[in-house]
Design a protein around this ligand. Structure first.
Ligand code: ADP
Ligand code: MG
Length: 385
């Protein structure tokens, strides 16, 4: 889904009131009736009609004709706008640049603050794939069902934010978190290539050990990444240092399936190193031993506990987990998921560095590439204010 920031500057404060009213109304209405929108926004009926019309023209809301009544629904574009406006009001973000990634459940943009410093905006997009599975599975959304994509996307962003903050505070190699609003996260831009795109490293053994050490260090703090693979590890262009991203699926080492998640993370790295670098080691971390080490060392911080206490509680965790599980089952049914490694041998010559980078235009899970990062065109970007 494309983020269209072009019109943001031109949305008036009355239109903003109406948009906010649609958002509020959708908490318990699948389609928000126009008189409710008028009531919440505190504007006259006639005025609201005109304003909502212009929001609909810009695809920030969509008109829905219902058997019982006609009304409006907030679109992803409208939700994007509300989040970006909140960040721009707080002065954390000023303009929007190029899209650098499109994941299964997110869109990634380069944005800038008012001094032109680049950052990364991640917009969570849950529910884009399919709701069939979760709807069948459980009715936990209750009244919120109508707003489920909004609710789930926001939960996912809040969870990622909570983990990124805690990890950053404890000096884990993750991007610096900058701001969070609704379904969006603003973070430091890492000048890097995803490991997926790298075909050669100076010392595979060294990189392998540092990644395994990272898995162990996380587990010593009570955490498992849960999607520790070549897509979510960025290799800094300058130093070759690995940076870990993408946290909405993190779990605690006391999760009932912790061992399974832990082993899968370890296995992802082993498999990737075997295939890509023909590197194999008999040394790799084992779950029980790793967890018991942290107990005997008496590590005084359990980050899983810290996160739970920071507001992202057990209930929210469970809702997201159910969603991820349900969509995973669905994806497994009829797609090529799990086929991370297509044997792509295209190589880009990067003459000034030790890392060889693959370019893979057909990449399914991310589109970030060196060129897009280098030739950033913020002159063509949109100022939000
Ligand atoms: P998803 O949940 O959709 O997988 P990720 O958080 O993994 O989203 O990000 C997708 C891609 O966007 C990454 O593979 C990377 O190329 C790029 N990306 C994400 N965060 C950053 C960042 N902070 N700096 C640079 N690139 C990033
Ligand atoms: Mg990812």
């Amino acid at each position: 889904m494309k983020l269209d920031a072009t019109d943001l500057r031109y949305v008036t404060s009355d239109e903003f009131r109406v948009l906010t009213a649609v958002e509020m109304g959708s908490k318990n209405h699948e389609v928000v009736p126009i008189n409710l929108i008028a009531q919440i926004s505190g504007l006259r009926n006639g005025g609201v009609n005109k304003l909502i019309g212009s929001l609909a023209k810009r695809n920030l809301v969509s008109k829905v004709q219902n058997s019982k009544y006609d009304g409006y629904r907030l679109t992803y574009g409208g939700y994007d706008y509300l989040a970006m406006r909140a960040m721009s009001k707080r002065d954390s973000m000023h303009s929007v640049g190029n899209q650098i990634g499109v994941g299964k459940e997110s869109d990634i943009y380069i944005v800038a603050d008012n001094e032109g410093r680049e950052m990364v905006l991640k917009l969570h997009r849950l529910g884009r794939i399919s709701f069939r599975a979760i709807k069948e599975k459980r009715d936990y959304l209750g009244k919120r069902k109508s707003a489920s994509w909004m609710y789930l996307s926001r939960l996912s962003a809040q969870k990622e934010w909570a983990f990124m903050k805690i990890l950053h505070e404890h000096n884990f190699p993750v991007p610096r978190p900058i701001d969070q609003a609704r379904h969006c996260i603003l973070m430091e831009f890492i000048d890097a290539y995803p490991l997926r795109q790298i075909s050669n490293v100076p010392s595979p053994g060294k990189l392998y050990s540092s990644l395994m050490d990272l898995i162990v260090r996380l587990a010593h703090s009570g955490l498992i990444h849960g999607d520790f693979n070549e897509f979510n590890i960025l290799i800094r262009r300058e130093s070759g240092e690995p940076i870990l991203i993408d946290f909405p699926q993190m779990v605690s080492t006391s999760h009932e399936n912790a061992e399974w998640y832990f082993n899968r993370d370890v296995e992802c790295i082993r498999t990737f190193f075997k295939r890509r670098f023909q590197y194999e080691s008999a040394l790799y971390p084992k779950f029980r031993k790793t967890v018991s080490e942290s107990q005997t060392h008496g590590d005084d911080f359990r980050l899983d506990v810290v996160v739970a206490a920071s507001g992202f509680g057990r209930k929210e965790m469970k809702v997201l987990e159910d969603y991820l599980e349900a969509t995973r089952d669905e994806a497994d049914e009829g797609s090529d998921k799990g086929e991370y490694d297509s044997n792509n041998s295209d190589e880009d010559d990067e003459d000034d560095e030790d890392f060889e980078v693959e370019s893979d235009p057909t990449e399914r899970r991310q589109t970030s590439n060196g060129e897009a990062l280098e030739h950033l065109d913020l002159t063509a970007s949109t100022n939000l204010k």
